[in-house]
Write a protein that binds this ligand. Structure first.
Ligand code: GAL
Ligand code: CA
Length: 347
């Protein structure tokens, strides 16, 4: 039923953005130089936490796209907002022409904007969306990311489609409702809040009732998700009929816990969904160990960050000479629902 929407979105994404070539990448531990130095404009970038699965893909795309066109440094803020602010001071002191910032705390946008303003530098935020008031406070502030709500809605559609096709087996207590546990990302993160809310709303709107057995944060992290799932399996066991995760890293952590309890061998199965479409998860979907995910397009988000940053560093309009469309002050890359039937798109 929802396949058309899922595929349609994918097609739309392809038409809007065309194909993006992928070349080799390089990186080191702390910061990296994305292009030969010299007269290339300096882009000072930060990632909130370099060992975050999805962010590591975005970082690779930043480096790939900056090669030969900009002198890019990418600092790892190690999930520490104070550290990130220091890193920004250093970038400015070293002559950055533009800042590309993946905030640790979305609420710190105002402080970053103050720094950018006093140095008269444009700033491109990505991945963690600042609130509207912060964005409006500076004409040279932009955002590259997604529409958070969309990932929740599409995840809800993936769950609905999969549940309807398998409910004979998956509705273990036969009450027609989905008894689920939810592993959330970082509380207060726009993506985490929207995914938690809209996944369930979408399932309910499709006429399927749900019952929440437990919800808690796994902070986007696989190991933390394994701990949560261990505890919930001990408490609820087979009363759990679906495991809904705000991202794939946590989904893989939940699957590790389920495997310890004998799931995914013989008849014992548990549907699990995530968001991001990281390579590890694609393999799990292929092997029928995972019900589905939602592609969070790191390739196009990374490319858009560099395209906008480079234009701004060169004093041009942010989207000049590119295919990106600004909605207000944001470039928003679409999500795509992924199940076994359209895995190729995620690959
Ligand atoms: C989300 C992504 C998560 C995590 C988070 C970090 O968009 O789905 O896996 O990377 O960003 O801010
Ligand atoms: Ca049920």
């Amino acid at each position: 039923m929802n396949k058309r929407r899922i595929l349609g979105l994918g097609l739309a994404a392809m038409m809007i953005f065309g194909t993006v070539g992928c070349s080799s990448s390089e990186g080191d531990d702390k910061s990296s130089d994305g292009g030969a130095s010299g007269d290339l404009p300096k882009i000072g970038a930060t990632v909130y936490k370099a060992d975050d699965n999805f962010i590591s893909s975005v970082r690779r795309e930043l480096e790939t796209n900056a090669k030969g066109v900009a002198e890019l440094t990418v600092d790892d803020s190690q999930n520490d907002q104070a550290k990130q602010l220091d890193q920004i001071d250093t970038m400015i002191a070293k002559g950055a022409k533009v800042l590309a910032i993946n905030l640790v705390d979305p609420k710190a946008a105002t402080t970053v904007i103050e720094k950018a303003k006093s140095a008269e530098l444009p700033v491109v935020f990505f991945n963690k969306e600042p609130d509207e008031a912060a964005m409006k406070s500076y004409d040279k502030a932009y955002y590259v990311g997604t529409i958070s709500k969309e990932s929740g809605v599409i995840q809800g559609e993936v769950i609905t489609e999969q549940w309807n096709a398998n409910k004979e087996k998956w509705d273990k207590n036969g009450d027609g409702k989905i008894q689920y546990v939810m592993i959330k990302g970082e509380p207060g993160h726009p993506d985490a809040e929207a995914r938690t809310k809209y996944s369930i709303e979408t399932i309910n709107e499709a006429g399927i009732e749900t019952e929440e057995l437990a919800v808690d944060t796994g902070m986007w992290d696989a190991a933390k998700a394994t701990e949560k799932m261990d505890a919930w399996l001990a408490k609820f066991g087979d009363k759990i009929e679906f495991v809904i995760c705000n991202n794939d890293g946590m989904a893989s952590g939940a699957i590790a816990s389920l495997e310890k309890e004998g799931y995914f061998s013989g008849d014992k199965f548990m549907p699990v969904v995530g968001v991001d479409a990281i390579p590890e998860i694609i393999t799990l979907i292929e092997k029928d160990k995972m019900a589905g995910t939602v592609l969070n397009d790191a390739v196009n988000q990374g490319k858009a960050v560099i395209d906008l940053s480079l234009n701004l560093a060169n004093g041009k309009e942010p989207t000049e000479g590119t295919d990106w469309k600004l909605e207000g002050k944001a470039v928003r890359v679409p999500y795509v629902g992924i199940t076994k039937s359209n895995l190729d798109q995620a690959k």
